[in-house]
Design a binder for this molecule. Structure first.
Ligand code: ZN
Length: 428
C-alpha cells in the first residue's frame, strides 16, 4: 500500500492531464445526452450510446443486461475488480433552464401520458463522467492492474434498475467486484468539490398502502354508517407519534402520508379510504418496528370505530424497495486519501446523510457484501454559489426544471477523482 501511495503521488499529475483531455469529449457527450433524455425503462438510445462508448474504449460489451442496462468489462491483468456504475434515466420534467442545449423532448410515460422529459437529476453528467473515466483509465492502462466491470444502469428513479441487474446475475456472469463506486451530483456543493459520507449516505425507502374500510351510506345518517374518513384521519394523526414517541431520536426515520383518497361527494359516506405512505430509514430493525406500529395503529383505529375483524385495514408494504446506501468506511477513507492528492483536501467536504433514496445501495446488499461508496459530486458554479449565499438563497435542487450545473467543471472533477480512485486502488 505504501508503495502504491508513493507512486500514486507521482502519477496524479498525469491523471489530471489525461482527465483534462477527456473532459471536452465528455462535455460534448453530455450536451448530446442532455438534449436527448429518456424516461426510466425507455433508455434505448442512451444505452446504445453507452454501449458504443464502451466498445470504443476497448471493453467487452453486454447489451440489454436486464432491460436496457449495459455492462462492460476491461481485463487488465491480475488485480482488484472494481465496479463503476452510472445511471441513465431522465425525469418527466419540462426544462426551463434556457440553456442552448435544453431538452425539448417529450415521451409517453408508463400511464400513457405525453410528458416533457429532462435530465433534471444530473444522470447526463453521471454518464459523461463515467465515459470520461473509462477513457482515461483505458489510456492509462499501464499504471493499474485489475478488472473494470462497469454498468450503465437503467431506471434509477424507479429503483428497479439495480435490483434487476443483480437478479439477472451481475455478480454471477461477471467478476464479483472488490469495490463498487458511483457518483451523484449535488447542487448544494460547488463544482470542483466532492462530498464524502463515511457511513450511511442515503436512506432506505419503503412504500406502504393502507386501505381503510368502513360502512358507507347517506351523509345525513352517520349513525347508520361507520365512517372511514374519520378512521383514516385518526390513523394519519396517530402515525405521527411513531417517529416522535416510538423510535429513538438517534435513529432517523420519516413516515409521510403523501396521498389520501376517499369518497365522491359531500353527502355520501364512502366505504373505503386509500392512503399511500413513504417511509425512510437507515436501520432494518427500526423500519420493521415502524411497519408493525403502522399496522397496530391502523387496526386500533378501526376497532375503536366499531369495525369487526374482517373489516380491519389492509396494510400492504410494496415489494419494490430501496435499501439504504451504506458507504463502506474503509473504502470511503481510501477515496478521501486519493481525492486529496488529486483535488486537494480543501475540495473534499464531509457531508451529512440524506433521507432521499438511491438504488446504488443494492450493490452492497447481496451475499457478496461488496464494499460500496457513493460519492457526491459538487455541481454548482462556485461564483454563482457565492452570490446566492450572499443573498441568503439556495441553488436549484435536483429534479428542478431550472437545474443548471456547471457542466465542464463538474465533469472534469468527476473524471479526475474517479480515475484517481481506480488507479489508487489498483495502482501497480
Ligand atoms: Zn438521480
Amino acid at each position: 500500500m505504501a508503495g502504491y501511495t508513493t507512486l500514486f503521488a507521482q502519477i496524479s499529475d498525469m491523471i489530471n492531464i489525461e482527465a483534462h483531455k477527456q473532459t471536452e469529449y465528455a462535455y460534448e457527450l453530455c450536451k448530446d445526452l442532455h438534449q436527448n433524455p429518456e424516461l426510466s425503462f425507455q433508455e434505448i438510445e442512451t444505452a446504445a450510446r453507452m454501449a458504443a462508448e464502451l466498445g470504443k474504449a476497448g471493453f467487452e460489451v453486454t447489451k440489454n443486461f436486464s432491460g436496457n442496462s449495459v455492462v462492460g468489462v476491461l481485463k487488465n491483468g491480475e488485480g482488484p475488480v472494481i465496479l463503476l456504475r452510472t445511471d441513465m434515466d431522465a425525469l418527466p420534467v419540462k426544462e426551463k433552464t434556457g440553456l442552448d442545449f435544453s431538452s425539448d423532448k417529450t415521451s409517453t410515460d408508463k400511464d400513457g401520458n405525453e410528458v416533457s422529459v429532462m435530465h433534471a437529476c444530473g444522470h447526463d453528467i453521471h454518464m459523461s463522467v463515467w465515459t470520461g473515466t473509462i477513457r482515461t483509465l483505458a489510456t492509462l492502462k499501464d499504471y493499474w492492474k485489475g478488472t473494470l466491470v462497469v454498468i450503465a444502469q437503467q431506471a434509477e428513479e424507479f429503483s428497479g434498475g439495480a435490483g434487476e441487474a443483480i437478479e439477472a446475475g451481475l455478480f454471477r456472469k461477471f467478476p464479483v467486484p472488490d469495490y463498487a463506486m458511483a457518483y451523484h451530483i449535488n447542487p448544494e456543493l460547488e463544482a470542483g468539490k466532492i462530498g464524502l459520507v463515511k457511513g450511511p449516505v442515503f436512506a432506505g425507502v419503503k412504500s406502504v398502502e393502507i386501505t381503510v374500510y368502513g360502512k358507507g351510506g347517506h351523509g345525513a345518517y352517520p349513525e347508520k354508517c361507520i365512517d372511514p374518513v374519520v378512521i383514516a384521519s385518526r390513523i394519519v394523526l396517530n402515525l405521527q407519534t411513531i417517529v416522535s414517541r416510538e423510535v429513538s431520536p438517534l435513529d432517523p426515520v420519516v413516515v409521510t402520508v403523501g396521498s389520501i383518497h376517499g369518497g365522491t361527494q359531500a353527502n355520501i359516506i364512502p366505504d373505503q379510504v386509500k392512503m399511500k405512505l413513504t417511509l425512510r430509514y437507515y436501520k432494518d430493525e427500526v423500519i420493521e418496528k415502524v411497519i408493525s406500529a403502522i399496522k397496530r395503529i391502523s387496526d386500533a383505529a378501526a376497532v375503536m370505530a366499531g369495525l369487526d375483524e374482517e373489516l380491519l385495514p389492509d396494510v400492504v408494504v410494496s415489494p419494490v424497495e430501496t435499501p439504504p446506501v451504506l458507504n463502506d468506511p474503509e473504502l470511503s477513507g481510501k477515496i478521501n486519501d486519493f481525492a486529496a492528492r488529486i483535488i486537494g483536501e480543501d475540495s473534499i467536504e464531509e457531508v451529512s446523510p440524506a433521507m432521499v433514496g438511491e438504488d446504488f445501495g443494492k450493490y452492497g446488499r447481496t451475499p457478496e457484501r461488496v464494499p460500496i461508496c457513493l460519492i457526491w459530486l459538487g455541481s454548482t458554479n462556485p461564483e454563482l454559489m457565492a452570490s446566492l449565499r450572499a443573498e441568503g438563497k439556495e441553488p436549484f435542487p435536483l429534479h428542478s426544471p431550472f437545474l443548471n450545473p456547471d457542466y465542464q467543471n463538474t465533469i472534469e472533477t468527476g473524471i479526475r477523482v474517479m480515475a484517481g480512485n481506480v488507479i489508487g486502488i489498483a495502482g501497480k
